[in-house]
Design a protein around this ligand. Structure first.
Ligand code: PLP
Length: 448
């Protein structure tokens, strides 16, 4: 374990001792101290969908680096970028027409915001700049992407740097199971801001870190589609987590009753073997720029470089040839049921939700089975810590200051996890939750 005092690295949390990982194989990670961890979260950030140490991907990266590793998108295009764009649109998102490759999810979302803005400017509607998104979301750490969430705990103390986008409450079982209240708030925001100033609605079709495994109810999607047609804003799905098969289809949009104009992807695209993300758009979005300014002058140094794109191609081939999208689609529902069953007796688990290999468990106060757990218990940290002691990696989220969500845990295993490995993840997680439940009850009875 490495603490802030033992390192030259500037760590994220200065009070946390970090296990030092030296290698990984499949769904297992090994630390320098010889500790083995079962990875139920694809490296921790829902990235390593092919597991760790995949020799085919490593070989593709090596071969590409020997040919040409880097050239700048401003001066050149290159074979891996061209082939990945073609394959991605052919295999994974045939409804999309163009793709811009970047290095990470925040960059992909900011590229989407610039593209959306440029679309409206080029069409002669420069007053459209504002974006509406669900408050309980995560779209990245850069200021443009950070402005898209409504979570004040993430935005402070940077509020002054962030654009004034607008947010609606999440339509969860707690506040709005039908989605009606979210639509009413959407209407209210459209009305007060002026619908002619709204550039886009941005959301995760299935949420990850902010509301693990949550999707809005069907009625919400239909209402959103109706408002898009009425008011002329674009819809962008942030599929940085859900893209590339995580929910059982190439993109979660394919399970949603509306077609987004723009999609962003990341994480599983490079699968942890290279930083790679993408912004995809439909033909009419591309056409607005093609018939307009003919310029989309947004770029980062590593955009579309040969090495990450060659990795992306190898990942796409692996997902296709090994039937991994089908695997997630077919195995996902049973995995969720197994998790539900294993946590069925727990009085602190209110809901298990999600699709494919993107599942979430939401914790509540066992005294009424409904309220959020008191903040001071820090149940999220307790779950992660206890799971870790059981040799399991999961990722938990703390309750939010606005009261929209409580402590929750996300499970997002690699698509290559065997049935036995998935079973082991469920067992270890249930054991960890049972231990947390005992600790929570004892703390609550002491507090009484
Ligand atoms: N969008 C979603 C849904 C995410 O979960 C994340 C990261 O977790 C991002 C965007 C940002 O991606 P990155 O950290 O690669 O910038």
């Amino acid at each position: 374990m490495i603490t802030a005092a033992d390192t030259h690295v500037f760590p994220r949390l200065l009070d946390l001792a970090y296990p030092n990982v030296e290698r990984g194989r499949g769904v297992r990670l090994y630390t320098t101290e010889g500790f083995e961890i079962l990875d139920a979260c694809s490296g921790g950030a829902m990235v390593a969908c092919l597991g760790h140490g995949d020799t085919e991907i490593v070989e593709a990266a090596r071969a590409q680096a020997e040919r040409i590793s880097y050239v700048y998108n401003h001066h050149f295009t290159n074979e891996p970028q061209e082939r990945l764009a073609e394959r991605l649109l052919d295999v994974a998102a045939p409804e999309m027409s163009r793709v811009r490759f970047v290095s990470g999810g925040s960059e992909a979302n900011e590229t989407a915001v610039r593209l959306i803005r440029q679309y409206h400017v080029d069409r002669g509607e420069p007053e459209r700049w504002r974006i509406i998104s669900p408050a309980q979301s995560y779209h990245g750490a850069l200021f443009g992407a950070l402005a898209l969430t409504g979570r004040s705990s993430l935005q402070q103390p940077y509020d002054d740097y962030l654009a004034g986008h607008l947010h609606i409450p999440p339509a969860t079982w707690r506040f709005d199971p039908s989605g009606e209240a979210a639509l009413e708030e959407l209407d209210r925001l459209l009305e007060s801001a002026g619908p002619e100033t709204i550039a886009a609605f941005v959301c995760e079709p299935v949420s990850a870190a902010a509301l693990p495994g949550y999707s809005p109810p069907e009625q919400f999607w239909r209402g959103l589609e109706e408002r898009r047609q009425r008011h002329g804003f674009l819809i962008c799905f942030d599929e940085v987590v859900t893209g590339m098969g995580r929910t059982g289809t190439w993109f979660a949009a394919h399970q949603t009753p509306l077609e987004p104009d723009v999609i962003t992807g990341g994480k599983g695209l490079g699968a942890g073997y290279a930083p790679l993300a993408a912004t995809l758009c439909r033909e009419h979005v591309f056409r607005a720029l093609a018939d307009g300014s003919r310029n989309f002058e947004h770029g980062h140094t590593w955009d579309g470089a040969p090495l990450p794109c060659a990795v992306g191609l190898a990942v796409l081939d692996a997902l296709t040839e090994r039937g991994l999208i089908e695997r997630v689609r077919d195995r996902g529902p049973a995995l969720r049921e197994e998790l539900e069953q294993a946590l069925g007796d727990s009085e602190i688990v209110r809901e298990v939700r999600g699709r494919g290999f993107l599942l979430g468990a939401e914790f509540v106060d066992p005294r009424d089975g409904e309220s959020l757990l008191p903040d001071e218990l820090d149940a999220a940290a307790l779950v992660d810590q206890t799971a870790f002691e059981h040799g399991l990696l999961v990722t938990s989220t703390h309750s939010t200051a606005d009261g929209y969500a409580g402590d929750q845990t996300l499970l997002a295993p690699a698509f290559i996890a065997s049935n036995a490995e998935l079973g082991e993840m469920v067992d270890r997680f249930a054991a960890a939750v049972a231990e947390v439940e005992r600790a929570v009850k004892s703390a609550l009875s002491g507090a009484r």
